[in-house]
Each structure stands twice: as C-alpha cells, then as structure tokens.
Design a binder for this molecule. Sequence first.
Ligand SMILES: *Cc1c(COP(=O)(O)O)cnc(C)c1O
Length: 423
Amino acid sequence: MTTLLNEQLNYRDNQLQLESCNLSSVAQQVPTPFYGYSKARILQNTARCQAAFAAHNIDIHYAMKANSNLHILRLIGSQGLGVDTVSAGEIQRAIAAGIPAEQIIFSGVGKSAAEIRLALNTGIGQFNVESAEELALLGTLAQAHTQPVKVALRVNPDVAVNTHRHITTGTRGNKFGMPPEQALQLFRDYADHSCLNLCGLAMHIGSQICDAAPYGQAVSRLLALTKTLEAEDIHILCLDLGGGFGIDYGNGRSLSFSEVAAVIADTINTEVPEYDGKVVVEPGRSLIADAGLLVTRVNFVKEAEPRPFLILDAAMNDLMRPALYQAEHPLLPVRHTDDGGFRQLDVVGPVCESTDTFARDYPVPNDVQADDLMAFLCAGAYCSVMSNSYNSRDIAAEVLIDQDTFQVIRRPVSQDDLMAFED
Ligand SMILES: *Cc1c(COP(=O)(O)O)cnc(C)c1O
C-alpha cells in the first residue's frame, strides 16, 4: 500500500481514518464529495514551521489564499501567525477570524482603489507593492490617513525555479513584481514621501518548489539591493521572502522548513551580516495541503477501451488543480482490501469537460465498485478555495476533524442557496 504521507492518516480495521475519525462515518452524515481536514496535522505543520524559522528569527505570515476557511484561519491565527492576503475579501476574512490588522500583509499585482481604501481603513501592517503605477495610486489614497503606510516593493529576482510553468512567479516576463533597478529608482523617488514609508523588499518566486537553492539566489539579489540602498542612507527594515515551499504529493519530493530556513539565514549572515531588520516568510500550501482530503464516492466503473474509467462524484469544480496545472493527487480507497491487486483506470469526474480528469492509467484496487468511498490526499490547499459550481453542482462541504469527532466548518452550498442570488 502507498505510504499515507501524513501521520494522522491511517487504516484501522481496514477503514481509512483521519486522526481517529472514520471517514465512512463522516460520509454517512455529510454529502460527498466533502473536504476533511485534520486539526492535529495543521497544528503539527504550524509548529514545525515555527520551530524551523524561529530558530533564525524569521516571522511567519500564512498565505491564506491556500485555504481561507474562517475556522482554519482562527486555528492558524491562534498559533500567533500573521497572514499574507491578496484581496480585500481576504483582508475581511482575516479580520473576521481575529487576526490583528497589524499582522496583515497585502500582496497582489492588481489591487483596485476600493481594495486599497479598505486596507488603509483597516490599518493593515504592510503593503507589498508590485508596480510604479500601484505605488502612485497608494500614495494618493494614503493622503487621507494620518499614519504613515508601510510599504515593501516586490522585486522580481529573475531566478529559474523547477516547478510547473503555471506556478512560477519570479522570472522575467512574469506579471509579478518589478526589476531590482526599478525598485531602486522608486526608493530614491519616494525617500521623502509624506505618507508612504518605503522600508521593505518582497519576493515570492513561485509555488511547490522542492529545492532550496533558488531561495538562496533570490535572497542574494534582494540583499544586493539592500546594500545599495543602505549606502544611500535608505534603510530596509523588512525582507519578505514569500512562500512556495513544496510538499510531497506522493512522488517523494518536498522542501523541508529547516532546510529553506537555513539557506535564507546563511545567505543573509554571509552577505549582509549587519542586517538587523525583520525577515518574513509566507508559506501557504506547506501548512495546510497535507492536512486535507477530498472524500468522494464512485459513481460508476465504466468498462471501456483502451482503459476503463473510474467515474467519481467529485469533479474539476471540487479539485481543480489537475485541470489547471496537471497536478496529481494520490487517491486511496476508504475501505482497504488486500486481496485482489490493482488495475489501471482513468480517474474522471462527471463534469462535461475532457479536462475533468484526475489521473490517467492510475492503479485502482480491482474490487472497487460503484458507491465505494475514495479519498484524494493532499487536498487541503488550493482545492476548496478554488471550488465553484460549474455544471450547477453544489459546492462541497468542509469538515474539521479533531480526534474521533468532526465539525462541519462550511456547509454545502446548494443550488437553492445559489438560485437565491438570481431572484
Ligand atoms: C501564493 C503566495 C504565497 C504562498 O505560496 P505557497 O506556494 O502556497 O506557499 C506567498 N506569497 C505570495 C505573495 C503569494 O502570492
């Protein structure tokens, strides 16, 4: 049997359990498909992350776009983490979940004036600005505020990372950030600005990165800029190094928190040992992905040539990552049997799109049949947040599992709910 990737996930009496909660009993009370999260795993991930980065005095802001459910935010916030947000909606959620405004960073390449106003009125801790145009708009809108606004400029360090081309963000030609030379010029231009306090440099080089070396190279570019600015008496008080730490989706490749923390700290200690500002990272996926499952039921095993199809009741609207970036999520049967061996099937959902395909030629136990429950692993990040109602499907429920109990933390969004907006 596949390794289960997560110590909170195991078979007991041949039934898949998250913590000590039987997923088939949850499925008796919650309609499938549904997302299930292990509270213990989220807390373990958070604690491992904190231990690794605190050892080098690095602060953590959870990139909440990975999973912005209020209960998950409260859980992660309760551990003292700040958040990185990318929209006014995320700022509203963070505040609703009790995250202190000062602990909110606002990133994003296309903030609207309305979003910037909301962030200013909320009194968030830091704006990560991605263009000269955005900085000019922020400067205008900030005039209505008495407090100086803390700004970091997001630099595109132009480093190559080995990840899917749809999730690299730190190379030339990418919409994110600005070249270092432009950041330098903006720091000079805004040095005496009355309402903006340009005092940080930010980067985020991509996602699902399993190699620490690009972090070293990118931090190095930010530090070179820090030194140039320092020589002009412009002080950098915050280096925000983004997230992107890869997790194991079943291929054995991942990036450990302690490894990336060490590379960051070594680079800073070697290149600018006198740096005494803050250092921040923004992990999203690595805190939550492996704590979550998507539990689904088999609708049909459709015999076909060249391969049969396993047709699930989950579809691309529940788990979009395979359609969006050819991502692969391990799939396990909820009821474990040792007898019959495996056969290769194409695993698909019911939506009327050919890209509604989760895996091709995937080993599925021979005895799997209609009505059986299955679980996609590593579905805690970038799954429920991307869910939608395409094909007029209900939006799946989310449950938080705590030992042998569970709590529905988002009820399914039904067609009645959605139709009510169309009155
Ligand atoms: C998405 C994002 C992150 C988090 O990325 P992960 O791959 O989930 O760790 C961090 N910072 C910014 C600016 C982002 O856009």
